[in-house]
Design a protein around this ligand. Structure first.
Ligand SMILES: Cc1cc2nc3c(=O)[nH]c(=O)nc-3n(C[C@H](O)[C@H](O)[C@H](O)COP(=O)(O)OP(=O)(O)OC[C@H]3O[C@@H](n4cnc5c(N)ncnc54)[C@H](O)[C@@H]3O)c2cc1C
Length: 267
């Protein structure tokens, strides 16, 4: 949700947005060639999700167990990996997410997830932030007095950013290259932008890393904004790959909002 406060056109965001923009494909011809080269006449599984099929293929390579699959299909196969904690096999499924409508404080927490994640984030050195949006915590938005204090602060910082950026462009006027001039001005001016400044981040991660993220950040103890993101990521991935993310359940918290739980913590 984005709203615009009319007085100074301050754009306010209160909900993250997650786009699943990339997923894997299986090269069936290459897989069939591998199976044939290894005297496997026929192997098939019951998922149409490439990431899930790749995980099962990788897992079956470990024991060359293509010939006599146990009943239960891909769901049971991945369920067993979760049960016994063979998390490394889950690293073969990879998803590309584009996340918008989140604050710089959220992405500061997000990029702490090191293993199995790749990040590309909007640069405040290259991109002009004079019309940036701000992410308002729900608890502040719900209270007129808190909202007023917050709004005044966002406006003041945006005004300061614009003034500083203009004055710094003047300071660096002797730098001939326009891009370098702007970069130097913006990297200094951004120091007055708050944690609430909206940002956009492209995230590529494998299923094991995403599960860990959902568990850590979907937990009741996590920050409210990143917990909402973790739940949005979970919902998207659950729809995309139910055998990989189907063991999670959402619970309602007494203080409002939801959290994620699973019997398979950290594979
Ligand atoms: C509720 C909450 C509160 C938090 N509070 C704070 C805070 O106050 N201050 C703060 O700084 N951070 C805080 N964090 C961040 C937290 O400490 C982690 O940095 C973050 O959650 C990423 O977790 P991770 O290291 O397990 O993930 P990843 O970096 O993705 O690593 C995944 C797993 O890989 C393994 N691993 C990764 N790197 C190594 C390594 N170098 N050596 C050995 N094993 C490795 C570990 O098993 C790790 O769990 C908080 C997180 C949460 C969820």
């Amino acid at each position: 949700m984005a709203s615009v406060e009319s007085q100074t056109e301050l754009r306010i965001i209160r909900e993250p947005k997650v786009y699943l923009i990339g997923r894997q494909v299986v090269d069936e011809e290459a897989l069939a060639a591998f199976l044939s080269d290894h005297d496997v006449s026929h192997w098939t599984t019951d998922t149409e999700v490439a990431g899930e099929k790749l995980i099962e293929t990788a897992g079956r390579v470990c024991y060359m167990s293509f010939q006599r699959p146990r009943p239960g299909g891909n769901r049971a196969y991945i369920g067993h990996l979760l049960e016994v904690g063979h998390g490394s096999v889950l690293e073969h499924a990879v998803f590309n997410l584009l996340i918008t409508g989140v604050s710089r404080s959220l992405t500061h927490e997000l990029v702490r997830h090191r293993a199995g994640f790749g990040f590309s984030q909007l640069s405040q050195r290259f991109v002009d932030e004079s019309k940036c949006s701000f992410v308002e915590p729900e608890v502040i938005a719900a209270n007129p007095e808190l909202h007023r204090i917050w709004l005044d602060t966002m406006r003041a910082s945006q005004v300061a950013y614009r003034e500083l950026a203009d004055l710094l462009m003047e300071t660096f006027k002797d730098i001939p290259d326009r891009t370098s001039r702007r970069k130097k001005a913006r990297e200094a001016a951004r120091s007055v932008l708050p944690n609430a400044t909206e940002t956009e981040i492209f995230v590529t991660a494998n299923a094991r890393a995403l599960r860990h993220f959902i568990e850590m950040r979907g937990d009741a103890a996590a920050d409210v904004e990143i917990r909402r993101l973790a739940i949005a990521v979970f919902r998207l991935l659950h729809e995309e790959a139910p055998n990989l993310f189907g063991d999670y359940t959402l619970i309602d918290l007494p203080e409002g909002g939801q959290a994620v739980t699973t019997p398979h913590r950290k594979v």
